[in-house]
Design a protein around this ligand. Structure first.
Ligand SMILES: [Ca+2]
Length: 350
């Protein structure tokens, strides 16, 4: 059947199409950001708790705080064994266990003495405690540490790892660097992984964004080198090109990005799916990109808030609502903000 309502790369606007067989995506646009919370210093990761509040990490302070929907912030603990790299390492993302109500587990990805790690801690609703290494020995460097972890709709934990400034690691399927990893909550290779290891996809440079669309497809945002940043549709076992390709190329065996941007316009950290589009928070580009998706196709990206709020780090869809939370990281060493100058915004889709 011809999918006449499908978005094309020519940029058909994301208007609602009630066509048989087509998912209905209400067209929505992000409204003006409303400040939920101030006083943050390099907030990096954000994960929702069942009560609707979020846990956020602060990269350089190694701290985790809870933030309610109405903006009440409360520090719940510090992650042990974290070190900074003087660049992009430190306490990166956090992921609440999908069965948190019974196991009280939360996962963090962070830089440690020997490399980057994924660790599990206990959060009892008020305080962070315990510490168990789940995966360690992921090579680190000053830059390119990846750092996003999220539970997928399949219940497995996914992680993005950077090339640690050693590009060839991305093409080495035995290395944990330059990869998307997929694991059980105990850190073992998830059933069905393509190489019977933790590796899910490879050929990534510095991926930091992971999200799933409403059909369960995995999309990934990745920082490029000097030419192109990427939005990729990730499938298991595929090679996303780095370092042989930056952005799209015609090299056999490589999977090209669905979209690419000059690095000055993007440098994306997080991506989040909401309401028929992927939202991509841009650091250097200092803007929020909205990329309409329909199936495996993407429509024309549109930028919002360019240079209005500085470096945008993390965007997440707020569960049960048509809204996003968005964080800045202007207080990092690439930004010009003072300590405590970062914010969390809420954006309603309308
Ligand atoms: Ca690529």
């Amino acid at each position: 059947m011809t999918r006449t309502g499908r978005l094309t790369d020519m940029g058909r606007p994301a208007r609602t199409h009630h066509l048989a067989g087509n998912p209905v995506h209400p067209a929505s646009e992000p409204g003006p950001p409303a400040t939920i919370s101030t006083g943050w210093t390099v907030p990096w990761g954000l994960s929702w708790l069942p009560d609707g509040s979020a846990l956020l990490t602060e990269r350089d302070a190694f701290k985790v705080s809870a933030l309610t929907r109405s903006g009440t912030k409360r520090e719940v603990g510090e992650v042990p064994n974290v070190v900074t790299t003087g660049g992009e390492g430190g306490l990166l993302s956090i992921a609440v266990s999908p069965s948190w109500k019974t196991d009280h587990h939360v996962y963090v990805m962070h830089t440690a003495d020997e490399g980057n790690r994924i660790a599990r801690m206990t959060f009892d609703g008020s305080t962070l405690s315990d510490y168990t290494v789940v995966v360690d020995g992921i090579k680190k460097n000053t830059y390119h540490n990846g750092g996003r972890i999220k539970f997928g709709p399949d219940g497995y934990l996914y992680a993005t790892t950077g090339d640690a400034q050693t590009p060839d690691l991305a093409q080495d399927r035995t290395s944990l660097n330059g990869k998307i990893l997929r694991m059980t909550p105990e850190g073992k290779p998830a059933p069905g992984n393509p190489f019977h290891s933790l590796v899910y996809s490879y050929g990534h440079r510095n991926p930091q964004g992971l999200t799933w669309d409403d059909q369960g497809r995995l999309w990934e945002g990745e920082l490029g080198d000097s030419k192109f940043d990427e939005l990729n549709l990730v499938e298991p076992g595929k090679n996303y090109g780095w370092p042989r390709c930056e952005g799209g190329c015609s090299t056999s065996g490589m999977t090209n990005p669905k979209r690419q941007w000059p690095v000055a316009e993007a440098s994306p950290s997080a991506v989040a799916y909401a309401d028929g589009a992927i939202y991509m928070a841009a650091l250097r580009g200092e803007r929020l990109w909205r990329i309409p998706v329909d199936g495996t196709s993407t429509g024309t990206p549109k930028a919002y808030y360019t240079h209005d709020y500085g470096r945008l780090r993390t965007v997440e869809s707020v569960p049960g609502t048509r809204s996003l939370w968005l964080t800045t990281t202007n207080a990092d060493n690439n930004g010009e903000g003072e300590a405590g100058s970062d914010k969390v915004f809420q954006i309603d889709l309308r």
